[in-house]
Design a protein around this ligand. Structure first.
Ligand SMILES: *Cc1c(COP(=O)(O)O)cnc(C)c1O
Length: 376
């Protein structure tokens, strides 16, 4: 059976986790957490990276830092993971969903401005499949209306828009290191902070409302309760697992990119015949091969293809059920404008297996079986 995902593992993880145990530092903000944050800061050029227990928690931190309150509104796509909305809903905000672009599955930047009201506080673009949103337009809208931008870059590490790393253009950027992402620590994430003025507050929110981060750096002689907050820092053992992969980030990305390009090449004939559609990568975007998807004619054809592939020992999966049609989405959100693409495109999209150790032979076998389905 070819699984849809196999969590990334390079071989060094056990050595580093053992080292974390031998360091006698398995709580948060130990040596491996520092290594991971510094690696991300250097790689992305962001002012500050704080490792978190998940991308969900990174987004919650961003919502706290953006001072999101009861009655505020945030603008985001409906085609996304629950956390993009939930982190803001938890603070009392209403999720205002706008339609996506069918080419990239990202928020349609041309529809954002019309959804802005006097209650709007933030725009939350999601870089689906590690392909950047139209950030110049989004940042321009935010600037003109005085809104914050929180990038859900859960899938976006190592990818860029006009040469700028995803997660570094908005006020805050959020990465995920869940086991389904390009690099993983089991559960984990990171908050990227562009403006240094937010760093101190972010450290306090992340450390149960205390200035323990300052204390650890020797900047204060005791730490105290300073503000509200929660516990958003991961164990150094998890960071040790992640660091093994960050060290090999280029190699992991290249392996994924090779498989991604093979899929595209092998499936192009089917796309040219109009049987399926392939992902679109706009010229401004450099992606990270996070995901390879195809689009079938409709949901019915997709279900038949999933069953067909399962019989050939291949696990393929669809993705988000649009948030605005989910029970909590109805309660805590509203769709602004017309749902022209969100539901329709979400029902056609199918993700094929893609992970670090997937082989070229397996990729070819999978592509052959997709072709066999359409040729039967
Ligand atoms: C994976 C993912 C998340 C959530 O990440 P966690 O680390 O599991 O909290 C949020 N948004 C998007 C777009 C994701 O793909």
């Amino acid at each position: 059976m070819i699984n849809f995902n196999v969590p990334p593992f390079t071989g060094k993880e056990f050595d580093y986790m053992r080292e974390a145990v031998e360091n006698q530092k398995i709580c948060g903000d130990g040596p491996f957490t520092k290594k991971c944050s510094e690696w991300i800061e250097e790689k992305t050029g962001t002012a500050k990276c704080l490792l978190t227990t998940s991308c969900t928690h990174a987004t919650e931190l961003a919502a706290l830092l953006a001072q999101i309150k009861e009655g505020d509104e945030v603008i985001l796509p409906s085609y996304t993971f629950v956390s993009t909305a939930d982190a803001f809903v938890l603070r009392g905000a209403t999720a205002v969903f706008v339609d996506i672009r069918p080419d990239t599955m990202n928020i349609d930047e041309k529809l954002i401005e019309d959804a802005i009201t006097e209650r709007t506080k933030a725009i939350v673009p999601v870089h689906y499949a590690g392909v950047g949103c139209e950030m110049d337009t989004i940042m321009d809208i935010a600037k003109r209306h005085g809104l914050m931008v929180v990038e859900d870059a859960a899938q976006g590490i190592m990818a860029s828009y006009k040469g700028k790393p995803l997660g570094t253009m908005g006020d805050f950027g959020c990465f995920s290191f869940h086991e389904t992402k390009n690099f993983s620590m089991g559960e984990g994430g990171a908050l990227l902070i562009r403006d240094e003025r937010y760093i101190e507050k972010a450290e306090i929110y992340r450390e149960k409302g205390t200035d323990r981060s300052k204390y650890f750096r020797g900047q204060v002689d005791k730490y105290r309760w300073q503000d509200y907050g929660s516990s958003y820092l991961p164990s150094d053992m998890n960071a040790a697992y992640l660091y093994a992969q960050l060290e090999l980030a280029d190699e992991i990305t290249q392996a994924r990119m090779d498989r991604w390009n093979e899929y595209r090449e092998l499936l192009t004939p089917l796309a040219e015949e109009g049987r399926i559609e392939l992902p679109c990568i706009p010229g401004e975007c450099e992606h990270n091969a996070h995901m390879f998807y195809i689009k079938t004619k409709d949901m019915e054809e997709r279900s038949r293809l999933i069953d067909f592939l399962k019989k050939k020992e291949i696990l393929s999966v669809f993705h988000y059920v649009p948030l605005h049609s989910a029970p909590a989405g109805i309660r805590y959100g509203r769709f602004h404008g017309e749902d022209r693409h969100t539901t329709k495109e979400s029902e056609r999209l199918l993700r094929l297996p893609l992970f670090y150790k997937l082989t070229a032979d397996q990729t070819e076998y999978i592509a052959d079986q997709v072709k066999a389905f359409y040729r039967q």
